[in-house]
Design a protein around this ligand. Structure first.
Ligand code: NAD
Length: 556
């Protein structure tokens, strides 16, 4: 394939688009798949800021710079089935010899030796052109737009409803901050669980994007208008969602002053990055950008103080009855550094709501149709509904998803599946591709936020019962298992979700192209990957994981 022709057609900066259809541009589907998913990550429907190669999560990038991106594309167009491409923090650095069941791409992003694992050191390397921030699925080419987190957010809110409100959030007010790439899933997930939702974002363009993709119902710059809309909706048990253009802390302050305490309170501003993510209280976006450019030390100081204020307002609401939890952005940690000594008085969402699912090897399983044809996804939905007739929650989810989710870029689906289920789904999908019922290959991947792929003591591994929160052997074993099993591309990152120094995590994507080769890889990878979650939680002493370990004969 002629590279300049391909770049003109699919990667003319900043207009990126994945090729679609069943015709190959690369030498095989094993290399076409990462190529399409990389370009899909940067599609303007999917990425938050393609101009800067930023996909989501503050500054999470798909490639280090334009030159690296174009070089990756050039190599993938020509890569053989016995070669594997090495990516170091978004830059292609070499090819190694491998074989047709080995990963085609091996990715390491943002990793630093622990003593140097700080934002300050990282930023220095980044400004010297030596690194990029990969977040989780940005640098590992399996971000699928806000849909990717939607079901996880829905599961969290539903678990919260079950634990505290008899199973429904109808007539309840759920308040949060941050309506960006991930946080933008909150309004739709909240209304899907019946709640009235109010969320603040300082950047109006972020809320506009959610309006366009139908993740949010209404938007205003007026606190009074937002307040009246949600109070009226709550009184009438209406599950509407409202985005308010405001600093998140200011919105909470106003609500407290008016004596309005939400039933559920959380936050998804990009607090994991105090300089390039969180916008300090009292600043416009332009002022924030100017200060970032002129004095990062001062910016960080103000940002940390704002987070301390933000959390102290959350604590006031918690005292007055709001069910309050941290939603995976490390806000508590930075608020504590900024002076709020009680910042950890509320828990993170994983120990409160998600860990029991992790014990079953459950997590955010996702797949994308490389054809670009939504019908292919609908066929996979139908196949799953037929294959798991007893899984009522999954069926309800897939039906709602088909009705409510607006695809961004390549059509994709997310569906939390566990041990045993993922392998079964993978084999069914491979048969659909083999028979031609699905018009081109699929890829199956997942978020790094999964049962056995992360060490993140303020998030996925917070409060492990054996105290093993900070042990990062587990994500490394996950990476090695998926490499040994033959995933099509694998990745190991540092700092995703919660920022530099606070997490290490692994990703994988496996190609489903209808071949026996793919079937063998699927049987290994989609067994091993959820098994890591069962091993991890069983080893820590969780009873549910022990049961699953016995059921699937995983104990040794
Ligand atoms: P993003 O950068 O796309 O969006 C963050 C949003 O926060 C932006 O729209 C920004 O304008 C807004 N914001 C920043 N400061 C603000 C303030 N003071 N008041 C109001 N709005 C403010 O990031 P994202 O992808 O949406 O991720 C959000 C956070 O959630 C990140 O910290 C990310 O690491 C974390 N995260 C959570 C999960 C999860 O499952 N809970 C998963 C992945 C990431």
């Amino acid at each position: 394939m002629n590279i300049s022709h391909f770049l003109d057609q699919y990667a003319s900066h900043p207009n990126y688009k994945s090729p679609v259809g069943s015709k190959l541009n690369s030498k095989s589907w094993q290399t076409e798949a990462p190529l399409r998913m990389l370009l899909n990550n940067l599609d303007s429907e999917v990425a938050e800021d393609p101009n800067n190669l930023i996909v989501y999560g503050g500054s999470g990038q798909a490639a280090r710079n334009r030159e690296s991106l174009e070089k990756i594309i050039e190599i993938l167009l020509d890569l053989e089935e016995d070669e594997s491409l090495l990516i170091q923090s978004g830059k292609p650095v070499g090819k190694v010899r491998s074989h047709d069941q080995a990963p085609r791409v091996l990715i390491a992003n943002s990793n630093l030796v622990p003593e140097w694992a700080s934002w300050e050191h990282f930023e220095k390397l980044k400004s010297d052109g030596l690194m990029m921030y990969g977040q989780m699925t940005a640098g590992s080419w399996i971000y699928i737009g806000t849909q990717g987190i939607l079901q996880g957010t829905y599961e969290t809110f539903a678990a919260c409803a079950n634990k505290h409100f008899g199973g429904s959030l109808r007539g309840k007010l759920l308040v949060s901050g941050g309506l960006g790439g991930m946080g933008g899933a909150q309004p739709l997930a909240a209304t899907m669980t019946g709640a009235t939702f109010l969320g603040a974002d300082i950047d109006s363009s972020r809320i506009e994007k959610r309006l366009k993709t139908k993740y949010i119902d209404k938007m205003t710059e007026s606190y009074i208008e937002a307040r009246d809309w949600v109070l009226d909706a709550k009184k009438n048990n209406k599950n509407i969602s409202v985005g308010l253009v405001s600093d998140a802390g200011d919105m909470l302050d106003n609500l407290l002053e008016d004596g309005i305490i939400p039933e559920v309170l959380t936050d998804q501003t990009s607090a994991h990055d105090p300089i390039f993510g969180y916008v300090p209280n009292g600043m416009t976006l332009n002022q924030a950008q100017e200060l970032r450019n002129s004095d990062q030390k001062k910016y960080k100081e103000i940002s940390l103080k704002s987070m301390a204020r933000h959390v102290s307002l959350m604590l006031k609401m918690q005292e007055r009855g709001a069910i309050t939890f941290d939603y995976g952005n490390n806000l508590r940690e930075f608020a504590k550094i900024g002076g709020e000594k009680n910042a950890f008085s509320f828990n993170g969402f994983v120990p409160d709501y998600i860990r029991p699912l992790f014990c079953e090897g459950k997590g955010p399983f996702r797949w994308a149709a490389l054809s670009g044809d939504p019908e292919d996804i609908y066929k996979t939905d139908k196949a799953l509904i037929n294959a798991f007739p007893d899984n009522k929650d999954m069926i309800k989810w897939l039906k709602q998803a088909k009705e409510k989710i607006h695809f961004q870029g390549l059509p994709c689906r997310i569906c939390w599946l566990g041990m045993g289920e993922r392998e079964k789904a993978g084999i069914i999908f491979n048969d659909l591709v083999k028979s031609g019922e699905v018009s081109a290959p699929l890829v199956i991947g997942r978020d790094h936020l999964d049962c056995g792929s992360v060490a993140s003591p303020n998030r996925e591994t917070e409060g492990m019962i054996d105290g093993s929160d900070a042990v990062s052997d587990w994500p490394l074993l996950n990476l090695m298992s998926n490499t040994a099993g033959g995933a099509t591309w694998v990745s190991f990152h540092h700092g995703g979700g919660v920022g530099m120094g606070y997490s290490q995590h692994a990703g994988m994507v496996v190609l489903v192209d209808g071949t026996d080769r793919a079937k063998n890889c699927i049987k290994r990878v989609l067994h091993n990957d959820p098994a890591m979650g069962v091993f991890r939680h069983s080893d820590a002493g969780y009873e549910i994981a022990n049961k699953f370990s016995k059921k699937f004969k995983l104990d040794i």
